[in-house]
Design a protein around this ligand. Structure first.
Ligand SMILES: [Cu+2]
Length: 671
């Protein structure tokens, strides 16, 4: 027996219903196409979507029955006049969702970089050809560029004759700590000749960089900017052009070689850092930045060097700081920036109306950080704001005082009052010699020695014991952080040097930072009962310097499970062991799955027994067998030949030679 369905009869028997379905289909097609087109040009107005959504809602309201307790009720489908209208409503809602999906797909994309890392020859300062680490046969390596919320995939092939690893400096790596890069902390080194994929989403705007985090490798060239664009940045309407300027100290000799042979040796007992040979601007010298007049540039400054902080200034041009280490700050206008290695400052720079003059801009080493300043050291580097390429390029003016922006007083756009700490870690920095005569750096008298098994992998394999810091080894300086705790790091600098400290996976509030100690012999220790200046809204960033023999206090919320390195970013001091490890929410980390290629990198370096003898013959065996057989047959043939040959009468010949009997020819002659 056939039972016609009530809804079918409503839809198909009614002329109005047919019309409604047609309208529905047309709306779906039009709105989806329109949605895709609009998405493609990134112009989806929130208001349009909202109004569409609101009209759908009000349309639904007109269809439904409203219950006083629950508000909007389901539409009454038994009413033949309303059911077709409900079909139109469903079509609109589907269109809206389809448009939204299309929009999110168009806005968040995947950006892939295939990087074949290998040696190339480069001569960035024009003085010395040297082996440099390039990517895809070129140097400098490519700048990574993406939009906020994009997925970034970096597909690495290691064509060096040594291991490597990449760190994406400043990336939070939320739920992907294993993509962070430091060898011994979150991964094994990528062996020579193998592949390794970094894959993560970027949910933060601003200016970053990427670099090798293996050995002292990045100053040999494996470093480049990483720029994240954000259409909603607070100063989006205040500039015309978005660009960058990198600064870096530069060595002619390979840095791992310098580290092993000149730095960490018995013959350098004071731990004097190797002096750079030169400085670079955008990885070159005599850099002429061609600018348009009357134009505002957003200039992302990045110090990608190994050792020295640098002063940067643009003659007769002020700059306005708007972002620091990925954190938007309230605009702050200054004429000179002080930037440590690994820090970033994004500034707005407005050019002049006239094109008649080119203006020098300068970077200058903080020579306080050098043990000696050789006579031939070029510690100032000049570039030019180039308004006229055919014009004069004047020398830079001499500066006689070092006044510069103090980042401690910058105010983030997104304001946070100082956190109240749940837990506090106090560490003291010192430098001293150990029994091998080498000068090391210490946190609380422990110098960091990387474990054979990366700490993150130990977290994965240790179950509930992962919350016990002692399992990670006595020289990894490991601290366990509870999920969502506010963590305070108090760092007392019992060393007369400046150090830029960097925390992976977070930005921190710079709650306090003391002045330098008045004396080289005494250091200022933080006293919680007698705090110094604390700003209402402390600066946040991921790399901050400490003054000689001074202290700082940092605070952050442990809202990003992972294993995070905290270390001095002076590459020489990291080689000396100035690092500690934070294991944040280890039980959360254990819920993740680490990709196979990350385990493979560890397997490649595992000490193992010799491989078993293979069954059957290999080529070498076959060749040996063939030649053995040939030799045997030749030997047997020789024996056979010799055995079958006629025996000579040796005694007869000897008697003839001795003249005891006549020679054979004499006998024949006498016949
Ligand atoms: Cu340091």
């Amino acid at each position: 027996m056939h039972f016609p369905r009530k809804r079918s009869r409503l839809l198909y028997d009614d002329h109005l219903a047919v019309t409604a379905v047609t309208i529905a289909v047309v709306i779906v097609v039009i709105v989806v196409i329109a949605g895709l087109l609009v998405c493609c040009v990134f112009c989806i107005g929130t208001s349009t979507l909202s109004s569409l959504f609101l009209s759908a809602l009000s349309f639904r309201r007109s269809l439904g029955t409203v219950s006083p307790e629950l508000g909007l009720d389901r539409p009454n489908l038994s009413d033949p006049n309303r059911a077709p209208l409900f079909a139109v409503f469903l079509a609109m809602r589907f269109s809206f969702l389809a448009g939204l999906v299309a929009a999110s797909g168009a806005l968040a994309k995947t950006v892939q970089y295939d990087m074949s890392i290998g040696w190339v020859t480069a001569n960035p300062d024009g003085e010395y050809d040297r082996p440099t680490i390039g990517v895809n046969g070129e140097w400098p390596p490519p700048v990574i560029k993406c939009n906020i919320h994009d997925r970034v995939i970096v597909n690495v092939t290691n064509n060096l004759d040594e291991p490597t690893a990449l760190h994406f400096h400043g990336m939070f790596q939320n739920t992907t700590s294993f993509m962070d890069g430091p060898v011994g902390v979150t991964q094994c080194p990528i062996p020579s000749g193998s592949n390794f994929i970094y894959n993560f989403t970027v949910n933060q705007p601003g200016t970053y960089w990427y670099h090798s985090h293996y050995s002292a490798q990045y100053p040999d060239g494996l470093r480049a900017p990483f720029l994240v664009y954000d259409p909603d940045e607070p100063f989006a309407d205040d500039y015309d052009v978005d660009t960058y300027l990198t600064v870096a100290d530069y060595y002619h000799d390979p840095t791992p070689w310098l580290s092993a042979n000149k730095f960490l040796t018995l013959f350098n007992p004071t731990g004097s850092e190797p002096i750079p040979d030169n400085g670079l601007l955008n990885e070159t010298q005599n850099y002429k930045w061609i600018v348009e007049p009357n134009t505002t540039y957003k200039l992302r400054l990045i110090n990608m060097g190994a050792l020295v902080s640098q002063y940067i200034w643009f003659e007769e041009h002020d700059v306005t700081v708007v972002e620091v280490d990925g954190v938007y700050v309230e605009p702050y206008t200054t004429d000179r920036i002080y930037i440590t290695v690994a820090q970033r400052y994004t500034v707005l720079l407005k050019t002049k109306n006239s094109t008649s003059t080119n203006y020098p801009f300068m970077t200058s080493f903080d020579t306080d950080m050098l043990d000696t300043v050789p006579d031939d050291l070029m510690w100032n580097v000049t570039g030019w704001l180039t308004y006229d390429e055919d014009g004069e390029f004047p020398d830079a003016a001499v500066i006689d005082e070092w006044v510069f922006l103090d980042d401690f007083n910058l105010v983030p756009v997104e304001k946070e009052a100082p956190f109240e700490p749940d837990t506090s870690i106090t560490v003291s920095v010192s430098m001293n010699n150990l029994n091998d005569g080498v000068n090391y750096a210490f946190f609380n008298d422990i110098t960091y020695v990387a474990p054979k098994v990366p700490t993150l992998f130990s977290v994965m394999s240790s179950g509930n014991q992962s919350t016990d810091a002692t399992i990670y080894g006595s020289n990894t300086n490991t601290f366990i952080l509870d999920h969502m705790d506010v963590v305070e790091i108090v760092l007392n600098n019992a060393d007369p040097g400046k150090h830029p400290f960097h925390l992976h996976g977070h930005v921190f509030q710079v709650v306090e930072r003391s002045e330098a100690s008045a004396s080289d012999e005494e250091f200022v220790v933080y006293d919680a009962s007698n705090p110094g200046t604390i700003n209402e809204y402390p600066m946040r960033r991921d790399t901050v310097y400490i003054r000689p023999n001074g202290y700082f206090v940092l605070r952050f919320r442990a809202d990003n499970p992972g294993v995070w390195f905290f270390h001095c970013h002076i590459e020489w001091h990291l080689q000396q062991g100035l690092a500690l490890t934070l294991v944040e929410a280890p039980l959360e980390i254990q819920k993740w799955t680490i990709p196979e290629d990350h385990y493979a990198a560890c397997k490649a370096g595992e000490p193992v027994q010799p491989v078993p003898i293979a069954a059957g013959f290999k080529t070498k065996g076959v060749v040996a067998l063939v030649f053995s057989c040939i030799a045997a047959f030749v030997g047997m043939a020789f024996i056979l030949w010799y055995g079958m040959s006629e025996l000579k009468n040796t005694e007869h010949e000897v008697a003839q030679v001795m003249g005891e009997i006549p020679l054979d020819d004499e006998l024949s002659d006498s016949k």
